[in-house]
Design a protein around this ligand. Structure first.
Ligand code: G3P
Ligand code: MG
Length: 246
């Protein structure tokens, strides 16, 4: 069954107006009208799944070094808000905390399985799976996605009925092959190299097409007409016409 995706999703929340991949950022994304967001899950040193994009702390936090070198006990002292100091301290959410927050907001998530080099795909999928096992997050509000084909294969084994999306810059043959193998619902493609032909090919295979990271409405409007299902944006507030606040 295909998921019901909105035309506009946030991307790491709404990082043009609030710190990326934080609970505050997800609330801002929701308030900007997006009912779903893309977000990234990775493992820190003790194997805890957290919501964080980079392999190092340097860009987004007040600390430096690899995420492999921090544990759950370190999270309360790391400020993940470097971009909007006036919005105050924000910690890196654990996946568990984030699921509770998304459920309270009624928000759907395109959860990107982000496998950094220090982590095996088996460890990533097992740890994420363990969190979902103790959560009652609604399946219809979840899409699991990844650039990592091994992680997606393991996710399909662990979650036989989950909605999966293959992320890729371009719709190469191997992307279509793995999407078919895994019975994926969607391909999540880079908008800058997207063509009408790519959208046509994917849709002909029964796949939804979602694009990242679309921040200029005028540049992607025609792509919706081509058959793109959903766009992920750092600026969901710019897409009010497609994304009415209800
Ligand atoms: O999930 C789509 C997009 O987020 C992939 O790139 O680097 O922003 O995670 P990145
Ligand atoms: Mg991502």
């Amino acid at each position: 069954m295909q998921p019901e995706l909105p035309v506009v999703m946030g991307h790491r929340g709404a990082p043009s107006i609030a710190p990326e991949n934080t609970l505050l950022g997800f609330t801002a994304c929701f308030q900007a009208g997006a009912r779903w967001t893309e977000t990234d899950v990775c493992l820190i040193g003790d194997g805890t799944p957290v919501i964080f994009h980079d392999s190092t702390l340097d860009r987004c936090t007040d600390q430096s070094g690899s995420v492999a070198d921090i544990d759950c006990a370190d999270l309360p002292r790391i400020n993940a808000n470097q971009a909007f100091p006036e919005q105050g301290f924000q910690s890196i959410p654990t996946l568990r905390q984030a699921l509770v927050h998304f459920e309270a907001l009624g928000m759907g998530i395109n959860l990107e399985l982000k496998r950094h080099d220090h982590v095996a795909p088996e460890a990533l999928v097992e740890a994420v799976g363990n969190v979902f096992k103790i959560s009652d997050f609604p399946a219809g509000q979840l899409m699991l996605s990844s650039f990592d084909f091994d992680a997606l294969r393991l996710a399909r084994e662990a979650f036989p009925t989950a909605t999966l999306a293959v992320i890729a810059e371009n719709l190469d043959a191997d992307v279509l092959d793995v999407a078919a193998e895994l019975k994926a619902s969607a391909v999540n493609l880079w908008w800058e190299t997207l063509s009408f032909d790519q959208v046509r090919q994917a849709r002909a295979k029964g796949l939804l097409v979602n694009i990242w990271t679309a921040n200029q409405p005028e540049k992607v409007a025609s792509m919706i007409e081509w058959g793109v299902t959903s766009l992920m944006s750092d600026c969901p507030q710019l897409f009010q016409a497609e994304n009415p606040v209800v």
